[in-house]
Design a protein around this ligand. Structure first.
Ligand SMILES: N[C@@H](CCC[C@H](N)C(=O)O)C(=O)O
Length: 262
């Protein structure tokens, strides 16, 4: 066993990830504690999550995603985009990639050095309350529109919803959304990080879908604390959506080695 692990640090609109090349299966047995330590911003590398690039039969690669709390997470949209950029760096030289994640198959295209368009799963069904929407875009998302998103205490309000009687056990991500002149501004409290992150891909996707009106096709510019994204989709029914693409930058920040048992 090696005593150090070579890692890469990526970010997609400020949602940041430790990525490890696991195509030989060497890191199949990472423990919850190891992942949590690697993601720790004071005692480790620091990240919102950790991903493994896996070998996957029938696909260009497989994606395994852990939240910063060390537990395996559901789909991560920004993570998926970063992993596609990483796969290219690791030699998957294709304009059009296919990979398998926890929520099923995904396709992705790359534009230029670090722009990744990621196709998300179709969404069929949205729960609507008087002041919220609740839907699954690969991860569960509570979506609440607000007049002034900068005035929201995302940590406190997000936490209250995430830990209320309904969600406490499984958790949910919580998004606060403001309509802007040409799109939306989204701030997200992320389950598994248990804090606000600078951006959440499956969250902005959920929020963008909830802006749809009577049209069929949409292109929604999205602003987050960490930068701009774009969500494209087709509305197929009252609460169903297909051809959903999450588009934005995915950037290598640095690479290094971390002691395995640190
Ligand atoms: N940051 C992610 C969402 C990651 C999953 C989430 N925290 C969960 O497990 O619910 C994204 O970009 O989608």
């Amino acid at each position: 066993m090696m005593s150090a692990i070579h890692f890469y640090k990526y970010q997609g609109t400020g949602n940041d990830f430790v990525i490890i090349d696991n195509r030989h299966g060497v890191y199949n047995d990472l423990t919850e504690e190891q992942v949590r330590k690697f993601c720790d911003r004071r005692f480790g590398i620091g990240a919102d999550g950790l991903m493994l690039l896996n070998q996957q039969e029938g696909y260009d690669f497989g994606m395994k995603y852990y939240n910063a709390d060390g537990k395996e997470g559901s789909m991560c949209g920004n993570g998926g985009r970063c992993l596609v950029a990483f796969a290219r760096k690791m030699g998957v030289i294709k304009e059009h990639m296919h990979f398998l994640a926890v929520d099923g198959p995904h396709e992705a295209t790359l534009k230029g050095g670090d722009w990744v368009n990621l196709k998300m799963q179709d969404v069929n069904g949205v729960e609507m309350g008087s002041l919220y929407y609740y839907l699954n875009t690969g991860s569960p998302h509570f979506v609440k529109f607000t007049e002034d998103v900068q005035a929201v205490d995302v940590y406190e309000e997000g936490r209250q919803i995430r830990y209320n009687d309904r969600f406490a056990k499984e958790g949910t991500n919580v998004n606060f959304v403001q309509n802007t002149d040409n799109g939306i501004f989204v701030r997200t409290y992320e389950r598994g990080v248990e804090d606000e992150t600078y951006s959440c891909g499956t969250g902005v996707t959920a929020a963008a879908l909830m802006t749809a009106t009577e049209e069929k096709d949409y292109v929604v510019p999205v602003q987050t604390l960490g930068g701009a994204l774009e969500v494209r989709f087709t509305k197929t029914g009252e609460r169903s959506y297909t051809n959903i693409w999450l588009c934005g930058p995915a950037t290598l920040v640095y690479e290094g080695d971390i002691k395995k048992g640190h």
